[in-house]
Structures are given as structure tokens and as C-alpha cells.
Design a protein around this ligand. Sequence first.
Ligand code: NAD
Ligand code: ZN
Length: 383
Amino acid sequence: MSAVPPMPVRVEVPVQPARSYEVVIEPGLLARLPNLVATVAPASRYAVLADGNVAAAYGEPLSEALRGFGLDAQLLILPPGEAHKDRTTWAAVTDELLGGGFGRDSCILAVGGGVAGDLAGFIAATFMRGIKFIQVPTSLLAMVDASIGGKTGVDTPAGKNLVGAFHQPQLVAVDPEVLATLPELELRAGLAETVKHGAIADADYLQWIGNAAPALFRREPQALGHLVRRSVEIKAAFVSADVHEAGARESLNFGHTIGHAIEALSGYALPHGYAVAIGMVTEAAIGEAAGVTETSTAERLRDVLGRMGLPTTLPPDSRPGAILERCRLDKKARVGRIRYTLIARPGQVARGRGGEFALAIDDRTVLGVLERDSLARVVGDLP
Ligand SMILES: NC(=O)c1ccc[n+]([C@@H]2O[C@H](COP(=O)([O-])OP(=O)(O)OC[C@H]3O[C@@H](n4cnc5c(N)ncnc54)[C@H](O)[C@@H]3O)[C@@H](O)[C@H]2O)c1
Ligand SMILES: [Zn+2]
């Protein structure tokens, strides 16, 4: 895949019940958003809910543009950070909207990363039993992952994303130019999920990502636009395939069983995408050891992720037994074997004999790989 197709690109995402919405991807899209908003989501008032870190750069100009277009729009700033994706912020913003006289015929625009999208989406899902909303994702992770699939919600002290609702947007508007200001660590974290999309569905795309690394890190809008487009197509396909084929959505968990365990064991110091990068290489190695995954798949993933500057070996203080126990806890697999979403080869998910998407693997096989990886790292670290 060499030539990147011209923008704008529209990806249709079908949702149930019989409705669909578009993900529009175009450099400079933010400037012509008012027209699109008025067409796809006519409303009496618009509330622009923007993450505090991007409110000045993107939220305020967008509200002004909406007003300039003759729409009634107001900017509300969301406190940034996962710690504020909670019921306290949900209640405060909901009360602000009620106090400001927003009604059932209002529309919410979520401007920010996955935190703003999940929170603003949940506010839209519950405000007067559900009002229209539009996703304007500004982080790569939100563009390729969080804004697609209709999951909205908040965290609670008992865990992440435990209170929420499915609420589909009217539109997802992606302007790759906003990624110019995204911190590099956040760009990498988003890239890990795009590598996952290549790994589970499209080997050519996986290779393209590896080759396009320099252009992506230069934040070239055409390359970033192509990246978002292909990832959105893949995520949308798995999310809507679920309607017909139970379990297909599980494919998106590749790298996440081990990834979540490492992330949790780090006390969430390791960014999610970084943990998933390590998780994908480890799960590919587990698949190879179990005879499910083609040989050298782990090496191939390690190469692409390495080009993204993502980690591909277990953190230095990892204890294989603790990782396994954490996986068991997450999967609630107290009895029986833990199930993993694995790939057969780059670009293809592995399926069980009965067609299932998550495969039970022996603890001994998993421990063998984790121990080998820890050992390789220690030996590799020697001068
Ligand atoms: N709904 C879903 O299906 C789904 C899927 C995956 C993740 N999520 C959720 O998404 C969240 C993670 O999303 P995230 O990684 O985008 O985190 P985030 O929203 O916290 O954004 C990351 C950081 O980048 C900043 N930022 C965002 N866009 C920027 C830009 N253009 N310029 C400068 N700074 C910018 C944010 O202020 C924040 O500090 C988690 O809460 C996770 O649970 C949801
Ligand atoms: Zn993830």
C-alpha cells in the first residue's frame, strides 16, 4: 500500500437499530464543521464540551464558528485527565446544562481525547434520557478507538468504565491537523492500537504503518488521515460484525489480556498503549508457543512497534506469576484456563475449533513465555 488516497474520506458506521453515522476524516475539517453540524444534527442549542487542555486551541474557535454560522452555541470546559472521568464531573456538567436552560432538542459536541468523549457521550446519553451528540476526537486514540462503537461512561472507585451506556453519535468529525499539538507519548499510545488493527485484520496495513512511521511522527496530515481511515474501517467492521457474529468484537482485545495485567501491576504508571504494545508481542509469542500463531509473528510485531518507539519487552520488575494471577483476576477465570484473543498470523485473528474468538491456553505455556521473555530481557540488559 503506497499511495495514500485523497481526503476527505467518509467511513460509514452501521449501528443498531437500523441507523448509521459517518466518520468524516479531512485535514482542515474543523473550519467547515458548522455547516456539517447543522446538516447532520439540527438542534435548537449546541453545548461544546471541551477538554481543558484543548479548549483554547479547538473548543473556543469551534464554538465561535458555530455562532458565526448563526447557531446558538456555548463552550463548557471539562477538567482534563482520567481522574475527572467520574460521576462528580458528570453531575456538575449536567447541572450546568440544566441551569443554562438546555433542553431535549439540544446537541452536545465532545471535543478532546477519549476521556472527554466517554464523559460527554455519557452526559448526552443520560441528559433528559438521551440527546444528540457529535464526537470531535482530538487524540489519536480517540480517533481510532474511543469514538467508534458507541460506548460511553465514567469510572468509579470500584473500577474503570463501570457505569455507562451505549449511545451512538450523529457524526464523528476527525481533523488530523489537530494531532500537531498532541504530546508524542499520546501519539505513540494511539499508534499501538492502530498496530493492533493491522495485526488482527490487515497485514498490508501493518506493514504500511511500520514504513510510514517517519511521516506519522512528522504529523503529516495525509499520512495521519490514512491511518485513521483504515483503523476506523477495521474497528467499525468488528463492532458491527458483532451484530451478526457473537464474539467478533473480542478480536479487538488482542494484546489486552496481558496488556491490562501489566498496566494494572504498574499501578497505571505505564500508559495503556505502551502496555498493549508489550501485550501484543507477548500474546503473539504465547500463540507461537501454543502452536496457534505462525512462527516469527511476535518478531514482526516487535519490529513495527519498535519503529514507533513503543516498548516490546516486559517491564524490568515483572514477575511472571503475578502477571498470570492478574490475568486470571481480570478474566474472572478462577477455575479453568484463561482465554486469550490471539492471531493466526499478521492480519488474521485465530479462531477456535468451534469458531470462538478467545482461546483457552494452559498456564504452563503462558508462564514459559513470560519467563523466557523476562530472562531474555535480563540477559539483553547485561553489558
Ligand atoms: N469508548 C470506548 O470504546 C473507549 C475505547 C478506548 C478507550 N476509551 C477511553 O479513552 C480514554 C483514553 O483516551 P485518550 O488516550 O485520548 O486520553 P485523554 O482524553 O486523557 O487524552 C490524552 C491527553 O492528551 C490531551 N490531548 C488530547 N488531544 C490533544 C491535542 N490535539 N493536543 C494536545 N493535547 C491533547 C488530553 O488533554 C490528555 O491530557 C480512557 O478513559 C479510556 O477508558 C474508551
Ligand atoms: Zn486498548
